[in-house]
Design a protein around this ligand. Structure first.
Ligand code: SF4
Length: 480
């Protein structure tokens, strides 16, 4: 049995990452939007912590003028009162990004700003294209010179090219979408319009908000709450919405019956205070915990969640089982980009630095520990051992997702199959490897119940049933 738990700290980064969050704003009264976008991005920080940026324009000003600031770092590291003050404009788009190590460079930060004969485009993208390499090659042969290695630039080029053939930017976005294969939620800023688009499968979320005379587009509703905007509605999978002073126009001609919304948004990525496509993320996690209590019951004294995404599922498990819910972990939330990861020979592990156990809460108790997933198994093993070292009599691990067995090609950084503990081991073997007294996962056929019976979701990383044929070569790593 291969033991993944002996790898060095560097190779065992054991958290999943989403790739990006997007936020756009258009204030019809002409007020500057940069600071609102800043707060929107701040609320979306969980979706990407490596780089961020804001691009703005004045809809009454010269058509080609876009002001942008972007850099590596967290939103509150990259922006300050002075650089926000300089971003003058009443229409804008913002982005937070996570990337894999190879592409973690400033040039790949978004939004992308592209000047072309029809004016200037600002673009922010969340997702991953399956045909980016082919499209890039095709565009390069016809003279495109790429400045970055990200998919998003391919989309920007396609839109700009299409714009030369059609009458409006939204038609150009539609023309580009007809060539794109994969996952994308897009916000495009043209000199006079803010456009939102979601791929026909709807992998990534995107919603519309309104505050006074301003409209917003956002990856998640929690960012609308943060800026004091009302939720208007979700952008439909395949829909293009165009926001102008005349209101919101919608083009649903690319909408299709088959959808594949990422189920992992509910399990892990999204903030619990967000709603996605009519379903509360918090409620879905409570549901997952309740299902686990029914399918994997155990005699115990305390249910605890691994913060943050395990907490609501733990509460659900407690509600269903009657076992008291409690806090066992204190999380240090101040681990920023510059955090120096402990080397293997150091006694502190990354997990211990981020998470500590309340000994008084767990000593002598049979504990049910709820987490959202097990990737390589290293983190779960360390958390189980933290609980046992703090005196827990038994640790029963319950996971609010099915076992991860397959990589994702749609924008989630799931490692390859040989790195996934569930890909090569049975549940009993994983239980032994992480040192738990018992282990239970949410079954694949209960995922629909978790989101109140909705069925139009992607579960490919658990089942291998990819909604779009996966590529023959590994295209993961340069996501937007
Ligand atoms: S493969 Fe998994 S992580 Fe990727 S989109 Fe589908 S459900 Fe989400």
């Amino acid at each position: 049995m291969k033991n993944y738990l002996n790898q060095t700290d560097k190779t065992v980064e054991d958290e999943l990452h989403d790739e990006c969050g997007v936020f756009g704003a258009y204030d019809f009264d002409g007020n500057d939007v940069a600071s609102t976008i800043y707060y929107g991005l701040f609320a979306l920080q969980h979706r990407g912590q490596e780089s961020c940026g804001i691009a703005v324009s004045d809809t009454e000003g010269p058509k080609g003028k876009v002001l942008a600031h972007k850099d590596m770092g967290l939103v509150n590291e990259v922006f300050n009162a002075k650089n926000l003050e300089n971003l003058k404009g009443n229409i804008g788009v913002g982005h937070v990004r996570y990337s894999t190590a190879g592409s973690s460079v400033r040039e790949n930060a978004q939004p992308l700003v592209l000047n072309y004969v029809k004016g200037t485009l600002g673009l922010a993208h969340n997702g991953n294209l399956l045909n980016a390499l082919e499209l890039r090659e095709e565009l390069s042969y016809t003279g495109a010179i790429f400045q970055t290695t990200i998919d998003s630039e391919v989309i920007a080029y396609l839109i700009a090219r299409q714009r030369l053939k059609v009458g409006t930017v939204e038609e150009a976005v539609k023309g580009a979408m007809q060539k794109l294969k994969g996952a994308y939620s897009l916000i495009v800023m043209s000199p006079r319009k803010l456009i939102g688009a979601r791929d026909p499968f709807g992998f990534k979320p995107l919603c519309i908000g309104k505050r006074d005379n301003a409209y917003f587009l956002s990856s998640e509703t929690c960012a609308l709450d943060t800026v004091g905007a009302e939720f208007v509605r979700d952008v439909l999978p395949g829909e293009i919405v165009t926001i102008t002073k005349d209101g919101i126009a919608s083009d649903t001609s690319l909408c299709q019956e088959k959808k594949a919304r990422c189920i992992f948004e509910y399990i892990y990525f999204a903030r619990p205070d967000s709603d996605i496509d009519g379903m509360s993320v918090y409620e879905s996690r409570i549901n997952a915990g309740k299902i686990l209590a029914k399918t994997h019951p155990v005699e115990a004294d305390l249910v605890v969640g691994v913060p943050e995404s395990g907490n609501a599922a733990a509460l659900g498990y407690s509600m269903q089982s009657g076992i008291p819910y409690g806090n066992a972990f204190i999380k240090n939330n101040y681990v920023g980009r510059t955090f120096i990861k402990p080397k293997q020979e150091q006694r502190e592990s990354s997990v211990k630095v981020k998470l500590n156990v309340l000994k008084e809460a767990v000593a002598g108790k049979r504990v049910v520990m709820i987490d959202d997933s097990i990737v390589r198994g290293t983190t779960s093993a360390r958390i189980v051992s933290l609980l046992k070292n703090a005196g827990a009599a038994e640790v029963h691990v319950r996971i609010s997702s099915p076992p991860f067995k397959h990589p994702c090609y749609f924008g989630t950084d799931i490692p390859s199959e040989d790195q996934l503990i569930a890909s090569g081991h049975t549940v009993d073997e994983i239980c032994k490897l992480i040192g738990a007294d018992s282990l239970g996962y949410l079954e694949v056929d209960r995922l629909s119940e978790m989101i109140n019976g909705q069925k139009d979701y992607c579960d490919a990383c658990f089942t291998g049933n990819y909604p779009i044929e996966p590529p023959t070569q590994d295209i993961r790593g340069e996501m937007g």
